[in-house]
Design a protein around this ligand. Sequence first.
Ligand SMILES: Cc1cc2nc3c(=O)[nH]c(=O)nc-3n(C[C@H](O)[C@H](O)[C@H](O)COP(=O)(O)OP(=O)(O)OC[C@H]3O[C@@H](n4cnc5c(N)ncnc54)[C@H](O)[C@@H]3O)c2cc1C
Length: 513
Amino acid sequence: MNSTPLNIVILGGGTAGWMTASALTKAFKPEFCKVRLIESDEIGIVGVGEATLPQVRDFNEFLGLDEREFMRETNATFKLAINFRNWAREGDDYFHPFGIHGHAINGVPFAQYWQRARLNGDTSSIEDYCYSIAACRSLKFDFPSSDEKSVKSTYSYAYHFDAVLYAKFLRKWAEAQGLRRTEGKVVDVTLRPEDGFIKSVTLQSGEVIEGDFFVDCSGFRGVLISQALKMGWEDWTPWLPCDRALAVPCDRAGDFTPYTRATAQEAGWTWRIPLQHRTGNGYVFSSRFTTEERAAEVLLAGLDGAAQAEPRLIRFQAGRRQESWHKNCIAIGLASGFLEPLESTSIYLAQIAVHFLMRLFPGKTVDPKLVTEFNRLVDIEYERVRDFLILHYHATERDDSELWRYVRNMDVPESLTYKIEQYRHRGHIQRYKDGLFSPASWIAVYTGQRILPRTYDPQVDNMSLATILENMSEIKDRVTVNVAAMPAHADFVRDHCHVPGMTKAAFGAHASE
Ligand SMILES: Cc1cc2nc3c(=O)[nH]c(=O)nc-3n(C[C@H](O)[C@H](O)[C@H](O)COP(=O)(O)OP(=O)(O)OC[C@H]3O[C@@H](n4cnc5c(N)ncnc54)[C@H](O)[C@@H]3O)c2cc1C
């Protein structure tokens, strides 16, 4: 234990900066570590991260945030899944749910039984056996049940929220706990001559802020990790060629969906994210395969309400920092890496990095073993997400535009080829301990992308086909009956956490009177 507190300086007040600041404030006593956050209002934040994963609930719970208050303050809605349209073929429509399809029987995954039925002529979709997908298709929402025997315990949920408001909400919380925030722009970074560690940062005002340890949450700029410490970037553009996004909010119209929509387009894909007060939209595209003008045309033509602003352009490069922890600096958030928001993973990646930082917390001197372990864990997380994203592009039958011809023919990482081959053989999902995603997620995306196993696990032959079909039918019925009794997503949001001032009518045609 240190006799004097460790001085931690966080540079950046976007989602990553405020998540780091609030978690450290919660986890450690001020006598052990003092946290100070610097942010520049002039630079601002990216602020388009609107769709999340269920893990964000763990983060909020760790801080002790009240869910209703958090949802009201961030205009949040519930999210059960992502709906993918036109990915493997134009006209295709599938869900990647935060839930499982059916349930294992005698320890064998449900998908294996479904495979056998399918190979014997059954034409049902695996989605028919997934509770959260059925809820999505009916625009319903309810909290999962804690009764493990209930079909209502087979899913989880996340949120759609306004990322700018989330950062503000966390700021309010952290400042109330005593966190010190400094408004100002860092214009210079001083390194210690003896070891190249960061000694201090200098603000435009001339103020010099020293620290023992620095967290770089300065976004794509990477003011500390890249500009000062010169840590390189691994470019993953050859696998993930999208490098631009246009984002535009529009008036709420159309379905009040408890899911994010990701629609494949000629040179990328568009997102649609329903919040309480507006719908967030964007087009993630590759500048190699289309122009900004054409992308804006496609984006605006697909809105289901009136645009509330001009589309805003954001440039990026898929990839990650070669080392996210270097010397006495850890990069978290966009300064550490970026993978397009197809699976809503960026906020999760910031969250997990904060978690690793807390677990491997440095002292006044930096132990190289902690650095190696942190970087190993972060690398795994990025690679898991990378492979999963590439799968969506590569496993396509589309050849109607240059982008789709490129991605279906490109070489993919060995780690992904191996996973696909294992699955194609007889539906085996490569399991791993660290990182996203669960077997249920892989099954949803393999199936949705039309990758189907050639055969199935022979243990399934222990049950007759007739019994398998009977079980499947029973699961499907249970799903249908239970979903019918769920409230509409619009009703649920209105009753649970609606933003003050939002009228009943604002929840649209799907809210029951
Ligand atoms: C198009 C797009 C869509 C996205 N969608 C999602 C999504 O749906 N789900 C999801 O989980 N994530 C999404 N993300 C990612 C998400 O927006 C970011 O991961 C998240 O907001 C974290 O950003 P950040 O805090 O690292 O950086 P930023 O938001 O860029 O914040 C950087 C901070 O650093 C400060 N700063 C920079 N330079 C200086 C300086 N010199 N001096 C002082 N301060 C400085 C800025 O003022 C700001 O406060 C998306 C990202 C993009 C680009």
